[in-house]
Design a protein around this ligand. Structure first.
Ligand code: FES
Length: 234
């Protein structure tokens, strides 16, 4: 049986069901906590850490933390805002993100967060890792340079037998996203669309169609990332 509990986020009292994920409870209450790897309904990976908050004084990922009674959550503090900004900067320097030439520009969550957190010059040096483009399959391009290792595609894009099209290869600085090109020969249109949609950056792009959404109509052309959640309160 579900149990109702109360706790606070940035001083605001919230009522929720015990065990719900903090990031989702926050969203239901009009409090935006950014996510890059989380996707509602999919087992959390906790890999990007952009959803970090402080709970009772300790840093924790809100996408993997179930809510409990009397938790004191800090999210919108200068310390946490700067930590999130540092993560965004790290993601930008670790890959090769040339936004003006990317089809996901305007629809990209990483770019959206860069704007939201007012990223200017990253505090970290650029790595300029060289990663290859995988363009040999009929339905999608895999632009490994833009991957931020969120694992959404690995967890969500599967064939009828439950086999994953995507997997990680290598370790440390040599880690990269990989596509099972044999399996992807028969990737459905539906999976190709979904893969592009759930990728929070421009690492997965569909072939045959390009720039379907014109400039001016893209997700973040008029509203900043997170506003759909924050506007719930208005
Ligand atoms: Fe929570 Fe990525 S969204 S760790």
């Amino acid at each position: 049986m579900s149990e109702k509990i109360k706790f606070t986020i940035d001083g605001k009292e919230i009522e929720a069901e015990k065990g719900q994920l903090l990031v989702e409870v926050a969203a239901e209450n009009g409090i935006y906590i950014p996510v890059l790897c989380h996707w509602k309904g999919v087992h959390p990976a906790g890999s990007c850490r952009i959803c970090t908050v402080k709970i009772n004084g300790r840093f924790m990922a809100s996408c993997t933390t179930p809510v409990d009674a009397n938790m004191v959550v800090e999210s919108n503090t200068p310390e946490i805002q700067d930590l999130r900004k540092a993560i965004i900067e790290m993601l930008f320097v670790e890959g090769n993100h040339f936004c003006p030439s990317c089809e996901k520009s305007g629809d990209c969550d990483l770019q959206g967060l860069g704007y939201r957190y007012q990223m200017m010059v990253p505090r970290f040096p650029y790595a300029f890792e060289r990663r290859e483009l995988e363009a040999s399959t009929p339905k999608i391009f895999l632009e490994k340079n833009r991957c931020i290792f969120c694992k959404r595609c690995v967890r969500m894009i599967k064939d009828e037998e439950g086999r994953s099209y995507f997997a990680f290869k290598g370790r440390g600085k040599h880690l990269e996203i990989n596509l099972d090109t044999k399996l992807a020969e028969h990737m459905s249109e539906e999976n190709a669309r979904l893969a592009m949609k759930i990728c929070p950056v421009g690492a997965i792009l569909r072939k045959e169609v390009g720039f379907e959404t014109p400039i001016g109509k893209r997700k973040y052309d008029h509203v900043p990332i997170g506003s759909e959640i924050e506007n719930l309160q208005n």
